[in-house]
Design a protein around this ligand. Structure first.
Ligand code: GLN
Length: 487
């Protein structure tokens, strides 16, 4: 077996038994990247020197008796998390050439844990998109079929783990950007409770929705990746300061749990192949002892509309800092104003520009209450309806996405059809509760299908318990093969 096909848990066992080293694991994933990157383009930067140094240090630490779960494991990080001295672009031309002077808290914790950060992965510019087609540096391709998108916005982080150019990775999820690409690439992807993982050093898109979370090939791997980075951070004012739920040992099966199928997220507009795989999995959970009930969250139907006011409004404020003065690109002009506007019109791509305009409009005097205020009221309704749904069910489930991975260009001409890809995932960001996608099989074309599980805020242990139960009954999702990828 190629080292790149190992789960993190197995790689860790081999490291513990002296059957491999961090240096060998890194060489294996970098070799895989050199085979696949020309086609897939999962990475924007591979940090060859930094990763080699980290791998050597990990082997030294292990020789000295250290056995941190991620010690020596090669992981990838989405390029919207700052890395000291390593380019960080958020896939935007406006950040071309930016070298952060500090590490994001997640990056700092990974380094402290001895993980080997292979590089920075591609995304939709500033994490705005559902296909990774909005990157200023070119798209990422799906390892299962390179004529299709990997999902987005964390498409690079998903493609790297599916292809074997990393064993695990991190993305950010504002409206579905971890769970949707996880579904399209046959991976476990998880968005934690808002505040569980620090956003310090995450380049902000929509601050009240953004959360960093892991991609793994198995639920166990996702658990190790989450535990390594979760926990209070005084540098993030929205960081949760209570006890951190750790999930590595959260188990117990589905027996006796009430599993609520959310009607609004599971019926209309879902492709047959996805809907069928979803209901087969629900049946198997019931066979495994779960008590399946149907629940209704009527305001979930309004979530997409509320999100596309709240997220652009917040982004229009957050992106004001990219002005040609402080970071990255500057396009000269005769006055400060003309320099700023030339920098921004040159530096931002069309989707980012659309969002900034939408958000600025929604926040402008006279419209604020009709748009932003109304969207916030819908958000409150969604939070309340989920609270009452959790009175009727321990966890809630739905398909992760209405379709499997789509072809390049299929939705780029029509922003609304692209926005619909996140119709099942967005409600969790508005509610702030944790939510995950677990692979449950493939469609007729061999493309992976994801199953979404949602749990009440801070119930990560319950969420991982159900994720493991779903994984146990799921149909197999074969790893992508490389003859296909290399063509
Ligand atoms: N696709 C959604 C958007 O474009 C969500 C993106 C995300 O989660 N970062 O806003």
């Amino acid at each position: 077996m190629n080292l790149v096909d190992l789960t993190i848990a197995d790689a860790r066992r081999m490291l513990q038994q002296g059957e491999t080293t961090a240096v060998e694991l890194l060489e294996a994933v970098v070799d895989r990247a050199s085979l696949t990157e020309a086609d897939l383009h999962a990475y924007l930067t591979i940090d060859h020197d930094g990763a080699a140094r980290a791998a050597r240090q990990a082997d030294e630490r292990r020789a000295a008796g250290d056995d941190d779960p991620l010690l020596g494991i090669p992981v990838a990080v989405k390029d919207n998390m700052t890395t000291i001295g390593v380019p960080t672009t958020a896939s935007s031309k406006v950040l071309d050439g930016y070298l952060p002077p500090y590490d994001a808290t997640v990056v700092k914790r990974l380094k402290a844990a001895g993980a080997v950060i292979v590089g920075k992965t591609n995304l939709d510019e500033f994490a705005m998109g559902s296909s990774t087609e909005n990157s200023a540096y070119g798209p990422t391709r799906n390892p299962y079929d390179s004529s299709r998108v990997p999902g987005g916005s964390s498409g690079g982080s998903a493609a790297a783990v599916a292809a074997g150019s990393a064993l695990g990775s991190y993305g950010s999820d504002t409206g579905g950007s971890i769970r949707q690409p996880a579904a399209f690439c046959g991976l476990v992807g998880m968005k934690p409770t808002y505040g569980l993982v620090s956003r310090y050093g995450l380049i902000a898109f929509a601050s009240s929705l953004d959360q960093i979370g892991p991609f793994g090939r198995t639920v166990d791997d996702a658990a190790l990746l989450l535990d390594a980075v979760s926990g209070h951070d005084p540098r993030d004012a929205t960081s949760y300061s209570g006890e951190t739920p750790k999930v590595a040992d959260a188990d117990g099966g589905a027996g006796g749990l009430r599993v609520g199928v959310v009607r609004e997220l599971s019926s209309q507009g879902i492709d047959d192949s996805v809907a069928d795989a979803f209901s087969r999995t629900v049946d198997r959970l019931s066979d495994a002892g779960a008590n399946v009930v149907e629940v209704s969250v009527p305001a979930a139907d309004l979530a997409l509309s509320a999100y596309y006011l709240i997220a652009p409004a917040e982004c229009s404020a957050n992106l004001a800092r990219f002005d040609g003065v402080r970071y990255g690109l500057r396009v000269e002009g005769d006055t400060v104003e003309s320099m700023m506007s030339a920098t921004r019109s040159d530096g931002f791509g069309p989707e980012v520009t659309r969002r900034v305009l939408l958000g600025t409009y929604a926040l402008s005097a006279g419209y604020y209450d009709a748009f932003y205020g109304q969207a916030q009221r819908v958000r409150t309704m969604i939070i309340r309806e989920f609270e009452s749904a959790y009175g009727r069910a321990d966890v809630l489930v739905s398909p992760t996405t209405p379709t499997t991975a789509f072809e390049f260009g299929a939705k780029t001409a029509d922003p609304l059809s692209m926005y619909m890809s996140d119709v099942c995932t967005i409600p969790s960001n508005l509610a702030g509760h944790p939510s995950a996608s677990v692979p449950i099989g493939v469609d007729e074309q061999g493309l992976p299908i994801g199953f979404q599980i949602m749990a009440p805020a801070l119930e990560e242990r319950l969420l991982f318990r159900v994720m493991r139960a779903v994984e146990a009954v799921a149909e197999p999702v074969p790893r992508p093969t490389f003859a296909e990828v290399a063509t």
